[in-house]
Design a protein around this ligand. Sequence first.
Ligand code: GLY
Length: 381
Amino acid sequence: MGIDSEKTFDAAIIGGGVIGCAIAWRLAQAGLRSCIIERGKIGAEASSAAGGMLAPLAEADQQDAFFDLAVSSRAIYQGLATELRALTGFDVEYRTEGTLFLALTADDEEELEKRYKWQCAAGLRVEFMSFSKVRELEPLISEKTRWALKFPDDHQVNNRHLLVAIEAAARAAGVVVFENTAAASLIIERSRIRGVLTGGGEIQATSVVVAAGSWSSLVPGAPSAATMAVSPVRGQMIALKAPDPAPNFVIYSGRGYLVPRLGGFLISGSTTEQAGYQKSVTAGGLASIVENAVEIMPAVRSLSIIETWAGLRPTTPDGWPVIGADPEIAGLFYATGHYRNGILLAPVTAEIIRDLILTGVTSLDLAPFSVTRFANRLAVG
Ligand code: GLY
């Protein structure tokens, strides 16, 4: 659709990844005329490169604001999957078998013991599993496994299906999508957002949300965002033909993970690389993924490779996302820097931004995710 014919909105979302699409959809459901401004194709960057693990417990060493945010998003996922199916007919393959984390070395044991203790003390569901017990669940895991933790509430979703479903739901709700349209700058007049200047012309909007993942800091805009510094961290991935029997659980080690997908695939990742905006898949990257996957499950060595890819995770100086309103520019919001957790955090981020735009408030304390926290750090440091 050309911009000239449709250029005045209640809300314009810069970025058509899972976060931007979910926000635009929730706003449209609430009756706002919303659009997505996407520099490439919807969902083509980190959202489709991800592994789809919804595993806040498996990865958390402490209870903090980030953990609470992640757990609250996980809690609304099943409802989201049901809603998307009802609205669009798409199955996002929300799977509830749970996540296993293998202790393969003495260091792993030490790490996982700590995780087990704090999570038990906090009343969270985590189960200790002996080697024989975990081998009953997953017969192909390595014999070097000493023991494992099972996180029954850490689930998974097929992130590529999720993107297709959310995009369909958003379009059906009336969201206008501008693909291949880069945001050149924010239009700000007298400390109020007026819209977005794009390669295709001006889009006027009462509210604008920066949800452009790794590209978020490249949109010239508000002074308070100058220290936000969202930057890309490359993650390479590999999809294999699943072994027989196919694993049922998401399986982590301290160095890699295996994610079983319906249709006979096994996804494995990932690298964590500073490579700028280069999305190359490298021999060294693949070698390290395969080494870590084989450590978990030696049978991986003989599996056929179906696909390889790389994505750019958007990270911030402290690794936490930026979610909330700009303190100086009325109508400007941020929903970016979700790093390794964009798929997990999309539902709660969308609800927060929707509530902020509609009512000016949200039930969650957003101070830990504020856009100004980096400036404060510089001032203190
Ligand atoms: N979310 C998985 C990863 O970043 O590798």
